[in-house]
Ligand binder design. Structure first.
Ligand code: ADP
Ligand code: MG
Length: 243
């Protein structure tokens, strides 16, 4: 049996510790576990895991910029909670742009970040969209309301936009991308964006190399630049290495 003189239990949440101290100051021994442990992460991690594509289910966010971004978002979630409910929900914060050639681990880092946030005890209501699928899914057709769908992506507390700039450019794609990014930028909703393209043309870049600005347009790129910290991933294509 635990008594009020017990130290904090291993892995016990601070809310439980606080209540234990309050009760003991009134001479009442708290013989838990009467309070649910809000940091019992297994169900949350399992639920997140089940939605992650098989290839990325063990992904680790080990890139230093990605790890720092995860820490910042987790910190903001804890600060917003202020210990009221013992529940850390992702709130506002910077977004993350991962760019580099194909196969360098951008999607791996993105899912690694989602897993790390879940493991840090954050309520991660996330959605992901492979950009080609997103545009295909939203193509106006009978029985489909693209506005309704767009709003779901716009408002997701955490959103992964995978392979931005890969689908063929069109006015419709561009408008949708601007609206999505604009809403997320204005509301500082954390968004992870991956792209195979360098964001802008820099000196020394091969003139045949396309850049993101050419594919998604100035307005979308401007929102992206304002809202994101960036990490450039480099190296060989890991898919070939694995094969
Ligand atoms: N740090 C890593 N450790 C182990 N496997 C990795 C790592 N980064 C990427 N991979 C694997 O390499 C392959 C390519 O990575 P991926 O993230 O899909 O690349 P990109 O999104 O940049 O095209 C995937 O199968 C992925 O699981
Ligand atoms: Mg990818």
């Amino acid at each position: 049996m635990r008594t009020h003189t017990d130290p904090q239990q291993a892995g016990e949440h601070s809310v439980v510790t606080t209540w234990r101290a309050r009760l003991s100051s009134r001479g009442v021994a708290f013989d838990g576990p009467a309070l649910p442990d809000p940091l019992d992460l297994t169900p949350a991690l399992d639920a997140a895991q089940a939605r992650i594509p098989y290839d990325y289910q063990q992904a680790k966010a080990d890139h230093p910029v990605v790890a720092a971004w995860v820490a910042k978002i987790a910190e903001a979630a804890v600060a917003a909670d202020r210990g009221r409910r013992g529940r850390r929900e992702i709130t506002h914060g910077p977004s993350l742009l991962l760019w580099g050639p194909t196969g360098t681990g951008k999607t791996h880092q993105a899912y690694g970040a989602i897993r790390a946030l879940t493991a840090a005890g954050c309520g991660v209501h996330w959605r992901s969209a492979f950009m080609s699928d997103l545009f295909a899914e939203m193509r106006p057709r009978p029985g489909i309301d693209p506005e309704w769908m767009l709003r779901h992506y716009m408002r997701a507390p955490l959103l992964l936009l995978d392979d931005l700039g890969a689908p063929k450019a069109s006015e419709w794609n561009e408008e949708l991308t601007v609206r999505l990014l604009n809403h997320r930028a204005e509301n500082r909703l954390p968004t992870i964006v991956t792209t195979n393209l360098p964001p802008v043309r820099t000196t020394g870049l091969d003139p045949r190399q396309e850049v993101l600005r050419d594919k998604i347009g100035d307005r979308a790129l401007s929102r992206l630049s304002g809202m994101c910290v960036q990490a450039q991933l480099d190296g060989p294509d890991r898919r070939y290495l694995r094969a």
